[in-house]
Write a protein that binds this ligand. Structure first.
Ligand code: FAD
Length: 474
């Protein structure tokens, strides 16, 4: 029997619930759920979310651990950042599967492969202090940490943005990796125009604020430049007529050309289009330092900007870097897997209970691009495997990547499509201009994951074409 003040009773009660939530994570599950094998998915991106969608949730006891509550449809982020699409169009909630799965909004910090146990730190702010636990209770190691056991594990934690250690990038540039980044960028663009409209500023100050710089000439940097250019060409002259002529877009890259992974003729087409549209390309330029509102470029000196978007490729996820006992790719520090996507132990043997997919993983001897296409195909392969395993059926043979081609939007209803370098037996093809743009739009509409977004996305494309983008800041 509980005695003492109501406050104490409440604390004891909440502590019991909090502990049991983690020590017996299946407390609220049905008895049959407790008998199921535990599948834990790390990450809710292109890899993790696809596994979550496809895996047999009736037969597996599924837990998803991800610091974000949603999946981000990354190809739409550039459009969201300038208002071509609304943020909702690029999101799918993890908890829409809430009845069938357990989801923790948390970071996974470490994996004990021997004990098949993960240690995680919650990202959801807690109003209830969790009391210290006894030595024997390992479920809550510190107030915001907990452990989760697995029978099978899928690691799909993605990668971080590369900065090459250039000082000031993390503090003064914006990355474009998630929906929250797109939100920051959209807000900052409007802020720059609002600040530049103040009557107290000189034209020189205005030009500085309206210099939009992008570092990184890969598909993400190029697509953001293109989307931003669409905004400057269409709505800005109406909303800020006195300022639109002062705005500039400059794209920096250390390489001699942008879009290095695309066919040479498509690169020429893209560079020609950017030149015609007034987007300045500064190839073979090296950013040495970034400060608040300016950066030092080796070939140019000090360059002032209102917004700097940084997109120079991928850096390893620190969680993956910290993993012990597994083989890693010496160049990217990604986890190495075999052709069945099982991670490789230090001695080179595969771990049959753990798969790694997406940007955090590389197949030994078969490096594929870090794209949503690869992550999605690997996820579907692992899902198929898991659904066979749980039915005691023979699992599929090794993973084979099918190259569907690469697409990049170039602005003003034009794009490029490249399948010229595919090594499989399918048709080699490349397209540029409006046909490629139609391919771009239809491919991504097809790839959107929910009916809600299959309706929302064309709706916003149409609304914004018909009535213009909404430039309100909130
Ligand atoms: C702006 C942009 C546009 C892109 N456009 C395209 C495109 O058009 N076509 C294409 O093929 N590819 C595109 N890509 C690349 C594509 O998005 C990635 O290759 C893909 O997201 C990789 O999937 P993933 O599951 O490995 O990682 P992600 O999708 O990045 O997901 C990683 C997940 O893991 C979570 N996570 C991170 N650390 C931890 C941890 N310690 N514990 C638990 N969870 C963790 C993250 O919160 C996230 O939910 C684009 C990327 C960007 C940024």
């Amino acid at each position: 029997m509980l005695t003492g003040s109501p406050q104490l009773v409440r604390n004891v009660f909440s502590a019991t619930v909090s502990q049991s939530r983690f020590t017996h994570a299946r407390l609220f599950s049905t008895p049959s759920a407790r008998m199921k094998q535990r599948l834990v998915i790390l990450g809710s991106g292109w890899g993790g979310y696809e596994v979550l969608r496809g895996v047999d949730k009736k037969r597996w006891d599924v837990t998803v651990i991800s610091p974000t509550s949603h999946f981000a449809f990354t190809p739409f982020l550039a459009g969201c950042a300038v208002g071509t699409l609304e943020f909702r169009c690029a999101m799918e909630p993890v908890r829409k599967y809430g009845r069938e799965i357990t989801a923790y909004q948390a970071w996974c910090d470490s994996i004990d492969f021997g004990k098949r146990q993960l240690t995680c730190t919650t990202t959801a702010p807690s109003d209830t202090p969790v009391p210290p636990t006894s030595q024997s209770d390992s479920a809550i190691t510190k107030p915001s940490s907990f452990t989760v056991k697995y029978d099978k594990l899928v690691i799909s934690v993605g990668a971080y943005s590369q900065t090459f250690g250039i000082p000031g990038v993390k503090e003064h540039a914006v990355f474009l990796k998630g929906v929250s980044d797109a939100r920051v960028i959209r807000s900052r663009i409007i802020e720059c125009f609002e600040q530049a409209s103040q009557p107290t500023l000189t034209d020189i100050q205005r030009r500085k604020l309206l210099n939009f710089c992008i570092v990184g000439g890969g598909p993400t940097g190029v697509e953001f430049a293109a989307e931003l250019h669409d905004l400057l060409r269409t709505e800005i002259p109406t909303h800020y007529p006195a300022l639109s002529k002062l705005a500039r877009i400059t794209l920096y890259d250390v390489a001699p050309h942008i879009l290095g992974s695309f066919d040479e003729n498509l690169v020429k087409y893209a560079e020609g289009r950017f030149a015609r549209e007034g987007i300045t390309l500064r190839n073979q330029h090296h950013v040495e330092k970034v400060e608040k509102g300016s950066m030092i470029v080796k070939e140019q000196g000090k360059v002032d900007f209102g917004l700097l978007v940084w997109s120079t490729g991928l850096a390893p996820n620190p969680f993956i870097e910290s993993l012990d006992g597994v083989m890693k790719d010496p160049k990217t520090q990604s986890v190495l897997t075999d052709e069945h996507l099982n991670i490789l132990n230090e001695d080179g043997s595969p771990n049959p209970s753990v798969w790694a997919i997406g940007d955090a993983a590389v197949i030994k001897g078969n490096v594929l691009p870090a794209t949503a296409q690869v992550a999605g195909q690997k996820a579907r392969y692992v899902t198929k495997k898991l659904n066979k395993i749980i039915r005691d059926k023979p699992s599929p043979s090794e993973f084979v990547f099918r190259n569907m081609g690469s697409l990049a939007y170039l602005g003003n209803w034009r794009a490029i499509y490249d399948r010229s370098q595919a090594t499989d037996s399918g048709p080699k093809r490349s397209e540029s201009g409006r046909i490629a743009w139609l391919l771009w739009r239809s491919a991504y509409i097809t790839m959107t994951l929910s009916w809600r977004n299959k309706i929302l996305v064309p709706f916003y494309w149409f609304m914004n074409w018909a009535f213009g983008r909404d430039l309100s800041r909130f």
